[in-house]
Write a protein that binds this ligand. Structure first.
Ligand SMILES: [Zn+2]
Length: 282
């Protein structure tokens, strides 16, 4: 199908976290949807270098940035909005009303955490997006549909469906080549996350942009996005009760998914899940 829209996905490099925290932070995507005269950005990056690269791509597109859409209330996806809105004065930042409320409630805590993790390399953010009216964002007369997903790595979360490209910009409902972050949800939420993955699959997309991906990974490989995320969640739910402790859980998951980057996300997911198990038994 021919579309007047084009899609440009920027994936930031893997980041090393400070020694006090340990591990890494997964490569994060920002997606630019561009028509002949207008552009919409989904998710913003959070390090100055990466926000600069997003700005460079918006400028070189030649189209006017009208809207920044934020999929969910995690700083890696929205912290760039203040910097971007200063640069692109006519643009507005929007999110689901529930995501706006979550950002309002957690932005100060995330500012502190981001400062501790990345220091001056991270941009600061004091801006809260506006609530999106309805579920449609327009780019040169083409519609982008915002769909609330019951659960992704956190709830509330949204995806953006671009019918003319058969593309889903999935935020952290989908991972690609990267260990997903399961530590902000639990056994009651993971099945809902799988339902969210199924919602995306039912759209029959051709392209699925994961919120976090291996920079080498393709966005049009549905096995690597939809199937992988669903399989990983199911495997984690099956291996958790079968494992003897968090280390065992990590090694079981590593043997099932040996080549995925950022194993520190898996360690955090496993440690948090086992902490919850132990609390339930006490
Ligand atoms: Zn994220």
């Amino acid at each position: 199908m021919n579309s007047i829209l084009s899609i440009d996905v920027y994936t930031s490099p893997l980041q090393t976290l400070p020694e006090s925290v340990g591990g890494w932070f997964s490569p994060t995507t920002s997606t630019l949807l561009t028509g002949p005269t207008e552009a919409v950005l989904v998710d913003t990056q959070y390090l100055q270098n990466d926000v600069n690269e997003v700005i460079r791509r918006i400028e070189s597109s030649g189209s006017r940035l009208t809207t920044i859409f934020v999929t969910h209330a995690h700083a890696d996806h929205y912290f760039g909005i203040e910097t971007l809105l200063e640069r692109f004065r006519g643009a507005r930042a929007v999110a689901l009303p529930s995501v706006v409320a979550a950002i309002r409630a957690t932005n100060e805590a995330q500012r502190k955490q981001w400062r501790a993790w990345f220091g001056e390399r991270a941009v600061d953010n004091t801006v809260v997006p506006e609530p999106l009216n309805g579920d449609t964002i327009w780019v040169d007369g083409q519609e982008l549909k915002v769909i609330e997903i019951g659960q992704a790595d956190i709830a509330p979360s949204a995806i953006v469906w671009v019918p003319s490209l058969r593309a889903v910009v999935a935020g952290d409902a989908i991972y690609n080549g990267v260990n997903p972050f399961l530590a902000a949800a639990g056994p009651d939420e993971w099945p809902k996350w799988i339902e969210g993955v199924d919602t995306i699959a039912a759209l029959q997309p051709r392209i699925v942009v994961a919120g976090h991906k291996n920079p080498e990974a393709a966005d049009d490989d549905l096995d690597a996005t939809i199937t992988y995320t669903r399989d990983y969640l199911r495997a984690f739910m099956a291996e958790l009760p079968a494992s003897s402790d968090s280390r065992d859980l990590v090694s079981r998951m590593r043997s099932r998914f040996p080549d995925k980057i950022n194993p520190s996300a898996l360690v955090l997911s496993a440690v948090t899940a086992w902490k919850r198990e132990n609390n339930n038994r006490d």
